[in-house]
Design a binder for this molecule. Structure first.
Ligand SMILES: *Cc1c(COP(=O)(O)O)cnc(C)c1O
Length: 384
């Protein structure tokens, strides 16, 4: 059997060959293999590569490279932002706000804060996945020390109105952390314009390597952040450990490429998603999950009423898709995101997430539509 068409770009993306080439220049004796903290020639050469990478990552998000800290990925960035900000502010207040549709790396960090005596409000989105301004306003308290809300959701692709959320937080003097792992490289992201005080993202969702991410921090947040790791002065003490030069170079190269590609790539992917939705929605009882237009171009989540997602997936060997997110499908847990939208267990079970990206093509989309149609018709024919 041929390798299936890839429809899971929201789980991870392949590394662009140009990115891989830049990374391999930082591994061997001939390349920039040095420790960027060393003061000799090899160290300085590696340090230059790191700072060039940092500048490229900052340029994609129109931020200042001095506000950027490298981490091992968005999971670590989210943990550092949520735990680090709340713990540092624990004497002033012990209340944190997040939502029910966040990534596990935010939700589980919030659970940890509850263990440490913090109160956490988990905002319920509207049925379209958007967090209503009134819901946020009602949750803000005098002792709130952090709001953490994602930009784009990884299961349904809905984009929150971050500038308006930021304005509401700032009016109450509360910092805002944004998990932008699914929006950086998918839509134009300008950290300043978003108004986030902290912003997390990761290389492997934008054709860079796994295991490298970033956290933006305004200078004000930086001074009041408690690190998670101790042991060296790297990243100004916020994230000690020898800097992974090849990973940072790969992240930078992926961001530099994305700056060039995004203006044409995003509308192309959007057209493919609309084509996919047109095809799937011609089937009976297919529901689009999430707001119809406030969304990233590449993610399409659909529920097929009356059909179990697992049986549907089993019949769809020619397309690599997920039922919900990569994380929840691995664990067999029902999606907390779909549950938060008000889906019952049955509808949640019948959900498929298609995600499209740089290497997706029209013939792949058409083949996926035909395959889903075939399987849905087959399963409906045998259903009692
Ligand atoms: C992928 C993802 C993460 C985790 O990023 P890693 O770099 O894999 O740790 C966090 N949040 C969202 C929304 C994601 O999609």
């Amino acid at each position: 059997m041929n390798a299936p068409a890839y429809f899971d770009y929201a789980a991870t993306t392949p590394v662009d060959p140009r990115v891989a080439a830049a990374m391999s220049e930082c591994l061997t004796r001939e390349g920039s293999f040095g420790n960027p903290s060393s003061l000799h020639y090899y160290g300085r050469s590696a340090r230059e590569r790191v700072e060039q990478g940092r500048a490229e990552v900052a340029a994609l998000t129109r931020g200042r490279s001095t506000d950027l800290t490298f981490t091992s990925g968005a999971t670590e960035s989210n943990n550092l932002a949520v735990l680090g900000t709340a713990r540092a502010a624990g004497k002033r207040g012990r209340h944190v706000i997040t939502s029910r549709i966040e990534h596990k790396s935010v939700l589980d960090a919030c659970r940890q804060l509850e263990q440490e005596g913090f109160a956490v409000s988990y905002l319920k989105p509207e049925r379209d996945g958007l967090i209503a301004a009134a819901t946020l306003e009602a949750a803000l308290r005098p002792d709130t020390v952090l709001v953490s809300l994602m930009h784009a959701n990884n299961e349904i692709g809905v984009l929150q109105d971050i500038p308006s959320i930021a304005a509401r937080c700032h009016a109450r003097g509360v910092p805002l952390h944004v998990d932008a792992a699914q929006s950086v490289g998918k839509v134009e992201v300008d950290v300043g314009a978003l108004g986030a005080d902290l912003l997390s993202f990761t290389a492997h969702k934008l054709y860079g390597p796994k295991g490298i991410g970033a956290l933006y921090l305004t200078p004000q947040q930086r001074v009041s952040l408690q690190p998670l790791l101790f042991g060296g002065g790297q990243e100004r003490g916020l994230r000690p450990g020898t800097l992974p030069v090849h990973q940072i170079v790969g992240f930078g190269a992926a961001c530099a490429l994305m700056r060039i590609e995004l203006p044409t790539e995003a509308p192309r992917i959007e057209r493919l998603r609309l084509r996919l939705w047109r095809g799937l929605s011609s089937l009976e009882d297919v529901i689009l999950n999430g707001h119809p237009s406030e969304r990233v171009p590449g993610i399409l989540s659909v529920s097929v009423a009356g059909i179990e997602g697992e049986s549907l997936l089993a019949g769809l060997q020619e397309v690599a898709i997920s039922t919900a997110s990569a994380c929840s499908s691995g664990s067999g847990e029902a999606s907390h995101v779909l549950a938060a939208l008000g889906h019952d267990a049955e509808l949640t079970q019948s959900t498929l997430r298609f995600s499209l990206g740089r290497f997706s093509t029209e013939p792949e989309v058409d083949a996926a539509i035909a395959a889903v149609r075939r399987e849905v018709e087959r399963l409906r024919a045998v259903a009692p």
